[in-house]
Design a protein around this ligand. Structure first.
Ligand SMILES: [Zn+2]
Length: 252
């Protein structure tokens, strides 16, 4: 693994040809923050209490988005009606606390995103995990993204499940154990090299090592390998820590 490069968020970003001006996504009040650091509006508990209904809550959120973002950013949204040209493909965990659009300030059209348990990418298999394979193929072959970013995170339940797996015994779930076994090589490595660490600390190490397994698995997809060999596609590993409020990146 190469050295840590914690500069991913602050690297010069590709100018969005559809929205070149550095306008804040949410308009109305003067705001001097860079657009990609501007968070979407937060629905606070008072707003949520008005609805007391799941559908009303969703509609309230959409109306706020429509009024504050969609209607006020035609330069961004008009071109997106015709096409998308995302620079990134992002893999993130389905965990409700780690939405990459929010944590990385990504704008609509900027990242083709897949979220699943523990942010895992299986090795290429024609007859299994077709949803992952088709998403990667579409992003790489059709959209021609420049970067695939795989993001792990702190206190990931999927990673804890992986580290808790026993060699024998029945599964407790229909799908979860088999899914997280994608990271089995990472689990074995972490347990072999970190025997003296407490379980929680081993989980922290595994949160990164499982990302590395997914990055290596990407190499088994022929269209990924092809574009990487041409230097037109790059892989980035990352970990978002919502306990300490940090984000690190690295390359293999
Ligand atoms: Zn997770």
């Amino acid at each position: 693994m190469g050295g840590c490069c914690c500069c991913f968020p602050s690297k010069p970003r590709r100018e969005n040809p559809m929205h070149p001006a550095a306008e804040p996504l949410i308009q109305g009040k003067p705001n001097h923050a860079p657009p990609h650091h501007q968070p979407p509006p937060v629905i606070n508990s008072t707003d949520e209490g008005k609805g007391k209904d799941a559908i009303v809550r969703l509609k309230t959120g959409f109306e706020r988005f429509k009024t504050n973002i969609f209607d006020k950013n035609p330069k961004l949204f008009e071109p997106l009606k015709k096409d998308q040209s995302p620079k990134y493909m992002v893999f993130a965990c389905a965990d409700s606390r780690v939405c990459p659009t929010l944590t990385l300030g990504l704008k609509p059209g900027e990242a083709f995103t897949v979220r699943n348990v523990a942010s895992m990418i299986p090795a290429y298999q024609k007859t299994r995990h077709c949803s992952i394979g088709s998403a990667i193929e579409f992003a790489v072959v059709v959209l021609k993204v420049e970067y695939i970013v795989v993001i792990g995170h702190s206190r990931c339940a999927g990673i804890r499940e992986l580290l808790s797996l026993k060699d024998k015994g029945p599964n407790a779930y229909h799908f979860i154990e088999d899914w997280v076994k994608i990271g089995m090589n990472a689990k074995n490595k972490v347990q072999r090299e970190n025997r003296l660490l407490p379980f929680d600390d081993q989980c922290t190490v595994l949160e990164k090592e499982a990302v590395n397994v997914s990055l290596r698995n990407l190499d088994s997809y022929p269209f990924v390998k092809d574009r990487m060999s041409k230097g037109t596609l790059h892989l980035i590993g990352a970990r978002y820590d919502f306990v300490h409020g940090s984000f690190e990146t690295w390359k293999l």
